[in-house]
Design a protein around this ligand. Structure first.
Ligand code: IMP
Length: 433
């Protein structure tokens, strides 16, 4: 029985993890986010309404689920406030179901100012949510943590120190007046803290001590991981499975009995700058974007689109030791007469099948494609794998063969009920005949 489930992105984010986490949380007690912050945008259709959660774990929409924000995340209290309001609007009672690590760092208004200023100087296309600067302060040992909010004097001292630094940077280096102030920030932060004070606890111990079932919900994707992704065009956390231990404050041993699910789209997208070997720049890319509705759920930016890249997926399978893949949005390919699959790269006349670290090497890598005939049949909403057209099965078969892991599920539309299991995994409370 898979009592611990890890669900993470196998590409550059936006793989459709939100829907999968929402669907599977039905059978789990806790959903735990372990890295990133409100740069994520996990979309769920809840009672016919499109709900996008940036900070709270997606499972929170189920009344039995406990949602946990761990120390590996950076918490923007204003977004937390908005999302608690959203739950209230939806009639969802969250009392006693949301927990936040006392070690989690805060995203402050001045981190968002810095994000914008850094982007102005040869940026990488961030979400402008202050994520990079918040992690910079954390690792530069200037961060402010949830536990600091209990002591107002200490908090004011920390804020004053941060403001002095940010003001100098903003005004002397970037020539821009800093419009946010210590007192306003202090007042705002403490007001929201009143609302969430009871949620703050040592969640690392809480997870360690419980025998409840849990999902670890990854945000972004493996290729945006600060170490294993396309650095520097990445996010500032370990968004692959590498972030699990430091993100939760638990030993890697804790995850040795977990089942690792990688989520990937049937094609590839990315937002922001950076290498993307299978990108389609012309009308085929536009067609994928239109059919897939590929616009960022956090920023609304059009996503770059391209064919599926199995070098990327193989990299993700290895880095995360993925046990099974979930393929989403297969139906977006339904009308394509020909579909290409990248199975390797060609670099200076040689075929390589691993993902290189060097951007200079990556720039010169050309995808090696195999071309398949499209299935030209509707796969949207199918629930039974028997209804899958043979050519779509062949497509799935190639993904399995090249990555070396089974595709266990297809997501066949945005709604909870639009999915098909290809191979059952042992979900708590589900009986398999
Ligand atoms: P940041 O995480 O806002 O610092 O942005 C760094 C890079 O990660 C940019 O290319 C963003 O577009 C990308 N990114 C961050 N979060 C997400 C996400 O949830 N989905 C897809 N891309 C993301």
């Amino acid at each position: 029985m898979e009592r611990k489930l890890v669900i993470l992105g196998a590409q550059w984010g936006d793989e459709g993890k939100g829907k999968i986490v929402d669907l599977l949380s039905e059978n789990y007690d806790m959903v735990i986010r372990y890295q990133g912050g409100s740069n994520a945008g996990h979309t769920v259709i809840y009672r016919d309404r499109k709900v996008i959660l940036h900070l709270l774990p997606t499972g929170i929409l189920h009344p039995h689920v406990t949602g946990v924000i761990t120390q590996g995340m950076v918490v923007d209290l204003e977004v937390l406030d908005q999302e608690l309001n959203l739950l209230k609007d939806l009639g969802i009672d969250y009392e006693g179901r949301v927990f936040i690590s006392d070690r989690a760092h805060l995203v402050m208004p001045y981190h968002k100012v810095l994000d914008r200023l850094f982007e102005r100087r040869g940026g990488i296309g961030t979400t402008l949510r202050g994520i990079g600067p918040a992690y910079m302060f954390k690792f530069g040992r200037k961060g402010i943590r949830m536990s600091d909010l209990e002591d107002k004097n200490r908090l004011r001292d920390l804020l004053e120190e941060n403001f002095a630094f940010v003001r100098d940077l903003s005004e002397k280096v970037f020539g821009e007046r800093l419009e946010v102030s210590v007192e306003d920030t202090l007042e705002k932060v403490l007001r929201i803290y009143e609302r969430c004070r009871d949620m703050v606890t040592d969640v690392s111990r809480m997870i360690w001590e419980t025998d409840r079932s849990m999902i670890f919900e990854g945000a972004q994707g493996t290729m945006l991981d600060v170490d294993m992704g396309t650095y520097p065009f990445v996010t500032s956390s370990n968004s692959s499975a590498l972030g699990l231990a430091n993100g939760t404050g638990l030993s890697p041993k804790f995850f040795s009995d977990a089942y690792f699910l990688g989520v990937a789209k049937a094609y590839t997208t990315r937002v922001g700058g950076g290498p993307f070997p299978t990108e389609l720049k012309g009308s085929e890319g536009d067609r994928l974007r239109d059919l897939g509705g590929e616009y960022g759920s956090t920023t609304g930016r059009p996503r770059r689109c391209g064919w599926i890249d199995l070098v990327v997926l193989r990299h993700a399978v290895r880095v995360n030791q993925i046990d099974g893949l979930i393929i989403t949005k297969l139906d977006v390919l339904d009308s394509f007469e020909e579909i290409k699959v990248c199975v390797a790269y060609e670099y200076e006349g040689e075929r390589i099948d691993y993902f290189p670290a060097s951007l200079s090497v990556l720039e010169r890598c050309k995808p090696v494609y195999i071309t398949l005939k499209g299935w030209l049949k509707n796969t949207k909403g199918i629930r039974d794998v028997a209804d899958l057209p043979p050519r779509a099965r062949e497509y799935i078969g190639i993904i399995e063969e090249v990555t070396g892991v089974p595709v266990v599920m297809l997501s066949t539309g945005p709604r909870r009920e639009e999915y098909a299991w290809l191979k059952g995994i042992q979900i708590p409370g589900v009986s398999y005949s």
